[in-house]
Write a protein that binds this ligand. Sequence first.
Ligand code: OMP
Length: 237
Amino acid sequence: MKTSPIIALDFESADKTFDFLRVFDGNVNVKVGMQLYYKEGPAIVARLKELGFDIFLDLKLHDIPNTVKSAMEVLAGFGVDLVNVHAAGNKTMMEAALEGLDKGTPSGMTRPSLIAVTQLTSTDERQVREEQLIGASLQESVLHYAKLTKDAGLDGVVCSVHEAAVITEVCGKSFFKVTPGIRLPDGGAHDQKRIATPEQARLEGSTHIVVGRAITGATDPRAAYEQIEALWKGTEA
Ligand SMILES: O=C(O)c1cc(=O)[nH]c(=O)n1[C@@H]1O[C@H](COP(=O)(O)O)[C@@H](O)[C@H]1O
């Protein structure tokens, strides 16, 4: 997947999605999440692929290993670039996900990269301790999941910008740190708890940033994308 920002296409329909994408060319990365996929199914992925977009299919699989393996076998046939699971599904489930992807990737095609969500960017310290009853800090929990993910042979994790540097130290630079929760300095957090700017993401060593509402909710989405891309790449005027 290219390193340019990944736009989260959190729209209610294909019509709304393609209307939004009119001002973008196939050179941007896009993310299809649960809302759009559940509404439109594999057809939306096929259409985006035809238009040349690199695609992160974000369905966050989390089930018993056999179910996840079979589901990944199906997703591997879609020709997407990146898919994900929840690390909380455990190492055996992550290994099964990888097996399913390997098995389902058509010959001559590249296996989609596989990453695991550590702690959602909508989660805070209190929720980790009190609701999940994890006897460790949020950062320790994220790092633990990152190590588990690497041991399982996956390509990287979803985490917040605030954990990217420590994950790089422990899991290496090429291990994906895909970071959502990206906001411009004057942007609202919405339901996110661990937010950061594109510039912070670059400085902390994120490998990819996922951006939804800061672009999709902007008055001029193309201008917002360009501003975010420049801050992310460090090429801003
Ligand atoms: O896996 C993800 O993409 C994801 C993981 C996570 O921890 N937090 C998170 O926000 N996301 C996704 O990233 C996008 C963030 O959207 P905005 O908050 O609008 O930028 C949404 O589509 C989320 O589903």
